[in-house]
Design a protein around this ligand. Structure first.
Ligand code: 5GP
Ligand code: MN
Length: 340
């Protein structure tokens, strides 16, 4: 498997480039999650210590859960401020691309990144990174992009610039991308967590703010998914939850309301593949999760125009909900051996 590390030369070139105030733009993927937001804000807070006034641009809005993170209110949402975003990207000296592996993950921003004269630095942990950046730091074994940003700061020999606010942003990605250290961990994940706790991150408080702030509506939606929308296919160790567009209306489902629901399927005894399929206004979106050797990345890449990680991937299709559920069930036997 591929692992792309920044060389000592890359590191010293980047160190030189950020030493004096510059136009820096940090971009992450659409429907940003805790890792996308945490890595972007952590890097921004770090860079601003050098006198930069770096800007974080996100293709689409972020879930309200993360409102407490320092600097989040200054994030620019491309959907809302297109002209300003384009101007910043065109004028940037450096663009950091965080937590995504291909330009189609940033929607309409992609061509502007491509056309920009800025030096581009990709820091990401997804499979199959596209070669669009000048510097590529890709580590598919990292738990999160936040873990990689921590390493990046240490590699720059700037560890003393870490502070509790940067730590809180980075710890956010660690816990959201690992389900609070339940999966995708490696020894470095825990050394990163230990280092961030040492510099003053209130990890209990952070877990509480992120995971114990579910609204009544979200909790009832979860109940509806489990009671009325769940299908279990024991012979292929699979569980499916499919939400209709009527569900979107009756529960007034907004961005972030469905976060984490897919993981409940993997709590079922004997279930190793989970599919959460939802019929949004223009597109059917899938979130797949798996255990062990079953690669949902291959399923997403081969059948649903998507990708991600081996055990956590997503995709989308312009089709009817029932057709996508059927397509998932049809291809499943190619990736999971039949259980006796
Ligand atoms: P989620 O299911 O939580 O939206 O995403 C799971 C993982 O798959 C994340 O790492 C995310 O970046 C990736 N992912 C989600 N949707 C897509 C997609 O449409 N295309 C690709 N390439 N990756 C996706
Ligand atoms: Mn991530």
């Amino acid at each position: 498997m591929r692992s792309m590390v920044l060389s000592a030369t890359d590191i010293s070139e980047i160190k030189e480039a950020i030493a004096y105030p510059k136009g820096i733009v940090i971009i992450s993927h659409r429907n940003p999650d805790g890792d996308a937001i945490g890595s972007s804000l952590g890097l921004k807070l770090f860079l601003d210590k050098f006198g930069h006034n770096s800007k974080v641009i996100l293709p689409s809005d972020y879930p309200g859960t993360f409102h407490f993170l320092s600097g989040i209110d200054q994030c620019i949402i491309f959907d809302h401020e297109q002209a300003k975003s384009k101007e910043l990207i065109a004028a940037a000296d450096i663009i950091f691309c965080l937590d995504f592996n291909s330009l189609d993950r940033v929607d309409k921003i992609g061509p502007f990144i491509q056309d920009s004269k800025a030096k581009k630095v990709l820091i990401d942990h997804h499979l199959d990174p596209e070669p669009f950046a000048d510097y590529v730091f890709s580590d598919i074994h990292a738990s999160s992009t936040c873990e990689m940003i921590h390493k990046f700061i240490l590699d720059l020999s700037e560890g003393e610039k870490l502070d509790p606010e940067i730590g809180e942003a980075l710890f956010t990605g660690l816990i959201t991308d690992t389900g609070s250290f339940k999966y995708s961990t490696r020894p470095e994940t825990y050394t990163t967590a230990a280092d961030l706790k040492k510099i003053g991150v209130d990890d209990y408080g952070l877990q509480d703010k992120i995971f114990n702030t579910v609204t009544e509506k979200q909790m009832r939606l979860l109940g509806h998914c489990l009671a009325n929308r769940m299908e279990v296919i024991p012979e292929y160790a699979a569980g499916i939850i499919a939400l209709t567009k009527e569900d979107y209306v009756s529960f007034d489902i907004q961005r972030g309301d469905t976060e984490g629901i897919v993981n409940y399927l993997l709590m079922l005894q004997g279930i190793e593949v989970a599919a959460f399929i939802r019929e949004q206004p223009t597109i059917v979106k899938l979130s797949l999760r798996s255990k062990g050797d079953i690669s949902v990345q291959e399923i997403c890449r081969n059948h649903f125009n998507g990708g991600g990680h081996k055990n956590a991937s997503g995709g989308a299709a312009y089709a009817k909900l029932d057709d996508i559920v059927t397509r998932f069930k049809t291809v499943l036997p190619r990736y999971v051996n039949k259980r006796l």
